[in-house]
Design a binder for this molecule. Structure first.
Ligand code: HXC
Length: 277
């Protein structure tokens, strides 16, 4: 889809890059010539992913253990990343989520998700942004939110609140820092199967099937499709896109919102009868 060296010369840091969508985006960026750094909480996962990238001769990739909830740890890791040469792109991908009836959430449960998604993304963005501003270097931040960042969603309240906050951060800083060479955008993915999300959010096959039916395109997303959109948004060719959120969900959220979408249950005979009436 892109020229092979689209991201050559760009150093990209992906939070939660050891698994799931972060790993798929990392692979996509490496294939386009980027230099990659991934961070996450689990050393063995990071090591394995980087080893896999190296086995596949995908170019320069490194890892750092980092719990992005911890602002001091973030500062230390971002400092270490910079020591090796400045960063060009930050991808806020790391997230936490689970299904729960909101009235059952304990304070710690709320914190567990909000601190990863909201505080973690802000910690990383501020640590990178400060350095770009001090050095007068351009920078790009891409945050992975979700379509319910603006609709809200039942049963994932902490995630919905936190993702809405990340979107607000994206738009706020796009204005505040845009004039100083830093642009921020977001992607709102619909359902893209990953082990982490599916285990927590799609507990049985019947639910998976019901979900698939909610999507106009009749399927879930493929990781490469998300990686392509992310590559576009961090590449120089999209330099005029700032403060935007691009949805990639096969039309899922629109169908959920559309007043007459439930009419798809009608058969041709039902339609004929309806017209007569
Ligand atoms: C109710 C729960 C719960 C659940 C945990 N808690 N799971 N409460 N229902 N299913 C509560 C615990 O009881 C505890 O509160 C508190 O949350 C903290 O739990 P810990 O396990 O100690 O937290 P921690 O080890 O920090 O783990 C954070 C986590 C975990 C978010 C709970 O799942 C995680 O690390 N997730 C990372 C990966 C992930 O979630 N991937 C999916 C992202 S998908 P008490 O009071 O009992 O001590 C995504 C995309 C969404 O974000 C869009 C999809 C379309």
């Amino acid at each position: 889809m892109f020229q092979a060296d689209l991201l050559r010369g760009k150093k990209v840091l992906i939070t939660g890059g050891g698994s799931g969508l972060g790993k798929s985006m990392g692979r996509g960026f490496l294939e386009l010539g980027a230099e990659l750094v991934i961070c996450g909480r689990r050393q063995e996962v990071l090591e394995e992913t980087v080893a896999e990238f190296h086995t596949d001769y995908l170019g320069r990739a490194a890892w750092h253990v980092c719990d992005i909830r911890d602002a001091e740890a973030v500062e230390a890791v971002v400092g270490a990343v910079w020591q090796d040469g400045p960063l060009d792109v930050l991808v806020n991908n790391a997230a936490g989520n689970f299904l729960a009836k909101s009235e059952t959430l304990s304070p710690r449960a709320l914190d567990a998700v909000v601190r990863i998604v909201l505080h973690g993304s802000a910690n990383m963005t501020l640590a990178c942004g400060r350095r770009w501003l001090e050095e007068g270097r351009p920078g790009t931040v891409l945050s992975i939110v979700t379509s319910y960042a603006w609709t809200g969603s039942p049963y994932v309240l902490p995630s919905a609140m936190a993702k809405a906050g990340v979107l607000a951060m994206t738009r706020s800083l796009a204005t505040e820092w845009g004039g100083r060479g830093i642009r921020l955008n977001a992607i709102a993915p619909g359902p893209f199967p990953t082990e982490g999300a599916w285990q927590r959010l799609v507990p049985d096959p019947a639910l998976e099937e019901a979900w698939r039916k909610k999507i106009p395109l009749g399927r879930f997303g493929e990781h490469a499709e998300l990686a392509n959109l992310a590559a576009y948004l961090i590449a120089d060719g999209s330099a005029y896109v700032n403060g935007e959120v691009v949805t990639i969900d096969g039309g899922e959220w629109l169908k959920g919102a559309a007043q007459f979408a439930l009419m798809e249950q009608l058969s041709d005979e039902d339609w004929a009868a309806l017209r007569k009436r």
